[in-house]
Design a protein around this ligand. Sequence first.
Ligand code: PMP
Length: 410
Amino acid sequence: MLATKKDFPVFKNNPGLIYLDSAATSLKPKSVIEKITEYYSAYSANVFRGVYRISEKATDEFETARRLVAELIGGDKDEIIFTRNTTEAINLVAYSLGRKIIDKDDEIILSIMEHHANFVPWQALASETGAKLKILNIDDQGFLECHDNLEKKLAPLITRRTKIVSLVLVSNVLGTINPVLKIFKLVKKVNSKIINVVDAAQAVPHQEVNVRDLGADFLAFSSHKMLGPTGVGVLWGKKEILKEIFPFNFGGEMIETVTIKKTTFKKPPHKFEAGTPAIGEVIGLGEAIRYLKKIGLKKIADHERTLTTMALRRLKETFDKKITIFGPADPEKRAGIISFTFSNFHPHDIASILDKQGIAVRAGHHCAMPLHQRLGQLATTRVSFYLYNDLEDIEHLIDGLKKVETLLGK
Ligand code: PMP
C-alpha cells in the first residue's frame, strides 16, 4: 500500500471494504474533505467579485488550485479551464472549436476504445455538419492496430480533410496505454493544422503527464478520479487556440463589457467559465494535487504496475482458461485496469456476489459500447487500482471469485 488507508475515511465508515473501482471514481483523503469544509466554513464567498477579505481569500485559493493543476500537467495557468468533468471538457472542444472548423465531408479520427465522453460529442458534431468519423480499430491484444507501424498504418488515414484527432491516453476498459505522443507527432508532420485532443481521464490521476511532451492541443480530465471532489473537470488548451475560439457558455463572469448591442469577452480561461464555478470543489482539487504530489506520480504508477502484474498472474494461475482478460498481457504496457469475463457468469452476478463480500468492482459496458461490440461482449467485469490498494486486496478478489464460482457453478 502506498497511501495509508487511514487517510481515507470511507474505509473507517465501511469496515472491510475492498475498493477496486477507482476507474469509476477515486476515494477522497481526509485532507481534501477538510479543505472543502474549510472553504464552506471559513471563507465561503464568491470568487472574483468581492473586494472584501473572505472573497479575496476564496479567489486566492481558487487561483492557487488553477496554478497547481497547471504545474501538474506542465501547462500555463491561463490554459486551464475548469469544467464540470472530462465529458464537459470534451464537449467544450467539440462545440467551441469543432463547430468553427468542421465542414461537410471533413474527417475526425477516433478509436474504437474511446469512452462515450470522447465518442458521442464527435458523433453528434459529425451528424450535424455532415463530417465523417474514422475509427481506429484494435488488435486482439487490445492495442491500436496502427500502434506498431504508424507510418504505414496510420499515415494513409490522414487526408487533407482530417481536422481533428481525438484519442484516449489510457483505456478505461483495456488499460492500454496508447502511443499518443507518436501518433500526434505523425499527425502534425502530415498536417500541422490538425487539432490533437487527448482524453486523459485515466492517465493524469495515475502517471506523470506533461501536455507539451504529448504534442496535444487539448487535454481533458476529471477531479473525482484523482482524489478530488466530483463536479470539477479540467480542460487544458493551447493558448493560441483558446484565444481564437468562441465560448461555449455565456453569461456572468466571462464578459468584459455588455451593452444592448454587443458583448466582449474576458481573456481565456475566464471566457470559458461562465457563471459561479464549483469553488469549494476546485479548491478541493488543489488539495488533492498536493496529496498526489507528496507521494509522487511516478511512485503511484510503479505501485499500480506491481498490483497489476500480481493481479494478472493470480487471476490466470487460479482460474486459467475460465477467465478471459481483455487488454495487453504485458503489465508494462497497460495501466491498473483489468476487465474480464469469467466462465459464462454474468458480470452483474459476479459484481453482486463480490459486493456481498465487501469487494466493490464494476460490471457493465463501462461507457464504452463500441469497444464492447468489438470485443463481442455485452458487458465485462472490471477491477481497477489506486494508491490505497495493496496485494491483500488482490487475494480478497481471488477468494471472492472462488466464491462466485462455488455459488454460480463451475
Ligand atoms: N474518459 C475516460 C477514459 C473515462 O474513464 C471517463 C470516466 N469513466 C470519462 C472520460 C468521463 O469522465 P467524467 O464522467 O468524469 O466526465
